[in-house]
Design a protein around this ligand. Structure first.
Ligand code: AMP
Length: 291
């Protein structure tokens, strides 16, 4: 595995591989890698000749500076894991390398209003930062295929919108959520949970499962209220939202019959760690991005 810090060096290497007819798969991450990330690199390796992984804790997408400071950084273990998994290039740039002019120069982009739903109501500016960094990374890595996780449902939805809207020549591929044995969605932030909170955290997943099970027995509003009440009853849980939305527009829905692609999404503070998760409740349209 070749580790590259300079954007120009990566672009040069990728251009020469592409000139030789090699296809390139790209997996952007913020590091502290786990099996969720590795499942993306495996999909990328299956579908491409060359796999590029980036590790960049992007300051512009952190609306909470404390979260940025506490974000786990485990470069040594990450490099080991990536080389064991046959990754060709690790791109590990500095902030200056990604934002040479000024990291704060605003990327003022509207994702068709979808950025204002779900996470957008709680993390102002977050998706602008995500769009900014993904656009920049795609310019540097010029991949054929981009791999993202369903774990961040709104994120991949917005990136899909941006790719189509700006005509960025890349195919987005979305891989399923990888979970711990007890159902907790793998996340770099899980290591920050206390032992007690870690034990309770799978309630997020069981609540999603129950919602799916009862989708025809209750109204959308009732299901959302039941989930929020459940979270509120758990010690150390502070729910921000539990929302059932249309999987394409991310807008709240009233009735499941009127939509063929439906997702339930949540954000809950578990102790001082903010966790998100989601589950597709209905997919009659076989949404084509999903692997
Ligand atoms: P992050 O490092 O958290 O920015 O995540 C990098 C990529 O890995 C994103 O596309 C995430 O959606 C994806 N990812 C994170 N956790 C998981 C998981 N548990 N299962 C599948 N993909 C994941």
């Amino acid at each position: 595995m070749k580790v590259i810090n300079q954007a120009a060096e990566l672009t040069h290497a990728i251009k020469s591989l592409k000139a030789k007819g090699k296809s390139v798969g790209f997996v952007p991450t913020m590091g502290a890698l786990h099996n969720g990330h590795i499942s993306l690199t495996r999909h990328a390796a299956e579908e491409n000749d060359v796999v590029v992984v980036s590790i960049f804790v992007n300051p512009t997408q952190f609306n909470d500076k404390d979260d940025l400071k506490k974000y786990p950084r485990t470069l040594e273990a990450d490099s080991k894991l990536l080389s064991e998994n046959g990754i060709d290039f690790l791109f590990y740039p500095t902030v200056e390398e990604i934002y040479p002019d000024d990291e704060n120069h605003a990327f003022d982009y509207s994702f068709g209003g979808m950025e204002n739903e779900l996470e957008g109501k709680h993390r102002p500016g977050h998706f602008n930062g995500v769009g900014q960094v993904v656009k920049r990374l795609l310019e540097i890595a010029i991949p054929d295929n981009l791999y993202m996780g369903q774990k961040d449902f709104q994120q991949f939805s917005l990136i899909n919108y941006m790719i189509n809207d700006l005509n960025i020549p890349v195919t987005l591929r979305v891989a399923p959520i990888i979970r711990e044995k007890d159902g907790l969605a793998m996340s770099s932030r899980n290591v920050r949970l206390s032992a007690k909170d870690r034990k309770q955290a799978p309630i997020l997943h069981t609540t999603l499962e129950e919602t799916k099970l009862f989708i025809d027995a209750f109204t959308v509003k009732e299901l959302e209220e039941m989930a929020m009440n459940k979270f509120a009853s758990v010690e150390n849980f502070k729910p921000e939202y539990f929302t059932i939305s249309d999987g394409y527009t991310l807008k709240d829905i009233v009735s499941v019959e009127d939509h063929d692609f439906i997702v339930a999404s949540l954000a809950v503070w578990v102790g001082d760690v903010r966790l998100i998760d989601n589950m597709i409740l209905k997919n009659d349209s076989s949404a084509r991005l999903l692997i």
